[in-house]
Design a binder for this molecule. Sequence first.
Ligand SMILES: Nc1ncnc2c1ncn2[C@@H]1O[C@H](C[S@+](CC[C@H]([NH3+])C(=O)[O-])CC(=O)[O-])[C@@H](O)[C@H]1O
Ligand SMILES: O=C(O)C(=O)Cc1ccccc1
Length: 246
Amino acid sequence: MSDNDRIYAQPQAQVSDFTFNEAVVRVFPDMIKRSVPGYPTIVENIGVLAAQFARPDSVLYDLGSSLGAVTQALRRHVQAAGCRVIAVDNSAAMVERCHEYLHAQDSMFQELLPATVQEGDILDLDFQPCSVVALNFTLQFIAPEQRLALLTRIHQSLLPGGALILSEKLRFADAGEQQLLTNLHIGFKRANGYSELEIAQKRTALDNVMQPDSLEQHRERLQAAGFSKVVPWFQCLNFASLIALP
Ligand SMILES: Nc1ncnc2c1ncn2[C@@H]1O[C@H](C[S@+](CC[C@H]([NH3+])C(=O)[O-])CC(=O)[O-])[C@@H](O)[C@H]1O
Ligand SMILES: O=C(O)C(=O)Cc1ccccc1
């Protein structure tokens, strides 16, 4: 289904910034599973959680959908009548492959929710009334100064009884905690077959592109955006997922 991730296996004279290009798309399912502790559990359970929050006749958003793993889980788990999934990603290569994956899912299962995938920047999205919004490891790629405005717009579009599900890599204010969890994450990657070179070069590539916040920053920003309750439901090492209620 997808190739093994060897993107950073050879030494590079200059490591350029990470982008979600064709080469990354080819290896993405392997890359994310070997890099994000708890990823398969988070994706599957976003479907399970969403089934509790989905309101009839509303939209479910998968923002920064990549290959649509969350969209697939939403389609399998949500039963509410009249719901549809809108997946959005600004990488043309991701969107193209996501279409193929969703068609394959259509041919394997019956009674799935309808889903569409659109190429676009989630910062420019004209939100429809929605009951579930998933930001599964996407907010960390949005410029920090844009994050509050995006979450505020999501909050304004969420229906009563709905929820935002936000998964992120976490940063820790305490230097010792940051060091410990960073080392444990490196150990996770090593255990999944990545070499020291691969780990170091990917870290350089992500440096300017992915800026994680602390759990406290997430709580404060979500409250500032209008969310009434923020509940962490999953953490594995330095990766966590939160439910935020409108
Ligand atoms: N401004 C933006 N607008 C739209 N898309 C964006 C933007 N910025 C980044 N992206 C997209 O957000 C995705 C982040 S990956 C999400 C995994 C997925 N949710 C999963 O559950 O498999 C996370 C990771 O690789 O760590 C990429 O596909 C980007 O193109
Ligand atoms: O690989 C990492 O270190 C990460 O933090 C997560 C990740 C996973 C897939 C693409 C980009 C970042």
